[in-house]
Design a protein around this ligand. Sequence first.
Ligand SMILES: Nc1ncnc2c1ncn2[C@@H]1O[C@H](COP(=O)(O)OP(=O)(O)OP(=O)(O)O)[C@@H](O)[C@H]1O
Ligand SMILES: [Mg+2]
Length: 362
Amino acid sequence: MTESDETLMRAARAALEPLALPKGGTLGGSSRLTGLNAHDGRVSAIIAIAPQEASDFASVRQAAQAALQALPGVSQALVALTAERDQPQTASPAASPAAAEPAPGKKRPAVLPDVAHVVAVASGKGGVGKSTTAVNLGLGLRALGLKVGILDADVYGPSLPTLLGLSGQPRVGPDRRLLPMQAYGLKAMSIGLVVDEETAMVWRGPMVMSAITQMLADVDWGRLDILLVDMPPGTGDAQLAIAQGTQLSGAVIVSTPQDLSLIDARRGITMFRKVDVAILGMVENMAHFICTDCGSRHAIFGEGGAEAEARRLGVPFLGAVPLTMDVRRASDLGQPITALAPDSVVGQIYIEIARRLQKQLE
Ligand SMILES: Nc1ncnc2c1ncn2[C@@H]1O[C@H](COP(=O)(O)OP(=O)(O)OP(=O)(O)O)[C@@H](O)[C@H]1O
Ligand SMILES: [Mg+2]
């Protein structure tokens, strides 16, 4: 921690401590200020609450955020309310602040009134190509004329900046909301750009959830037809909490054709169904290999496995994307294939997947 980080920490603490709590007393006089971090002008704080206190503490959170934002040298402030639970393993709907009010399946609060659909892009396990799919699917939807945003919800390994070639920090708009970054006609925001990694590392599921729902509300997305949320890998607390807290229209599940990965995909589907989130479809990624040298097609893991599995599970199949060097190279360069070469075979596949998704949302 640098000297200026330390100075900022002290100033942040001094600004937060006098804040009044709903039932009397101050934040400084309670043990609720459980996390405070400052780094390079970015300050984050965590206020611990019980699940049922969420609405009472919304104004405390806002006041805290405004107090931090007003400090000299602060470029960004994020204050999260977190409700820790007794048994972190059992993800009950009442365990997180955002999920505390409506039961799953009931109407969720409108966090984003100007966004027609929030769609999660998820998988049961990591590395299957969720982020690649989210970005290219977003570009496919854009190619169909829709207004699209992407939120990278992976605090531990944000990949949107790389995939879309984003650099720098998001700016703060006149009403103190964060302005999303722009790339290839997409609005993009990565929670990793706002919360520094050291802070995120100590977060548990509910904290991640609360940061993400707040980030959704604190970003000036404007009018969007679709906001895609690139979900963190896995089916743990954090994923479940996001699924419950973000008023999803549904989820797209990405899977590779290997059996193991399909088992994970099933787990992902089960998780969303448990919280009454519709599965809008399955995308098979790295379905077959297209050889750069000879152009021939190799079905390394067999053919049609994901499609058959989707049918068995009663989930729409949105399409199969081959494993190609072009996809990887384009991603590494920050120039996704559907932006770089929309007319290529793979570009057209993503646009067709987008078309099928759009149909599912109608
Ligand atoms: N169809 C494809 N062809 C070639 N490479 C691909 C393809 N899809 C993804 N990749 C590559 O595989 C790697 C993992 O992809 P990606 O980061 O999208 O996965 P992820 O599921 O988001 O991973 P994580 O769980 O870490 O978030 C990346 O290097 C990406 O470029
Ligand atoms: Mg990813």
